[in-house]
Design a protein around this ligand. Structure first.
Ligand code: SF4
Ligand code: SF4
Length: 165
């Protein structure tokens, strides 16, 4: 298994064309079968990777947040909702989705989430490998492949499992 973020980034760049071919290769395989392979591999690989020694997602991503979560996070930061929103929340143009605009996340300390039990749902769900239709979420999967050791190793194991060449 590869855990080094530098090597994963290099391999992600080097594998760009191969991964395009892999996407095409997966298309004729039934969606539910691909999802079940990913879940099986994720169940094996994710517990073997210690997120508290990585924390990369909390350094480079800006997770979506709901308005209820903004209120909750503002309380935890001992700020009013308006103050928290102004300092730490952005909004996507087009979709209107709110997100935490801080890199690294203000709640990250020593690679650990200091509000783990109160973290936003999108953080708890990351890296989203349990979500269905993985082969139709390829762009997001590849973004995560380049920066998350769990995703990188699951995708590489999926190549082996499906005998991709
Ligand atoms: S989910 Fe991925 S990027 Fe985030 S801490 Fe765990 S291994 Fe690192
Ligand atoms: S709230 Fe916690 S889990 Fe979410 S990005 Fe911040 S540190 Fe990471």
């Amino acid at each position: 298994m590869i855990l080094s973020l530098d090597i994963i980034k290099q391999k992600s760049d080097a594998n760009r064309e191969e991964n395009k071919r892999f996407k095409t290769f997966l298309m004729p395989i039934p969606t539910q079968l691909v999802d079940s392979y990913v879940q099986e591999l994720n169940d094996k690989i994710a517990p073997a990777i210690d997120c508290t020694r990585c924390g990369n997602c909390c350094k480079v991503l800006e997770p979506p947040v709901t308005q209820d979560e903004v209120k909750r996070l503002a309380d935890l930061k001992k700020l009013s909702t308006a103050e928290f929103q102004q300092q730490y929340v952005g909004q996507e143009t087009g979709t209107g989705i709110h997100f935490l605009k801080c890199q690294p996340c203000i709640f990250l300390q020593s690679e650990r989430c200091t509000i783990y039990n109160n973290r936003p749902a999108s953080c708890a769900d990351y890296p989203h490998l349990d979500q269905p239709n993985i082969k139709y979420r390829w762009k997001s999967l590849m973004n995560n492949y380049a920066m998350c050791p769990i995703v990188y190793n699951v995708v590489e194991a999926l190549k082996e499992k499906t005998a991709f060449q």
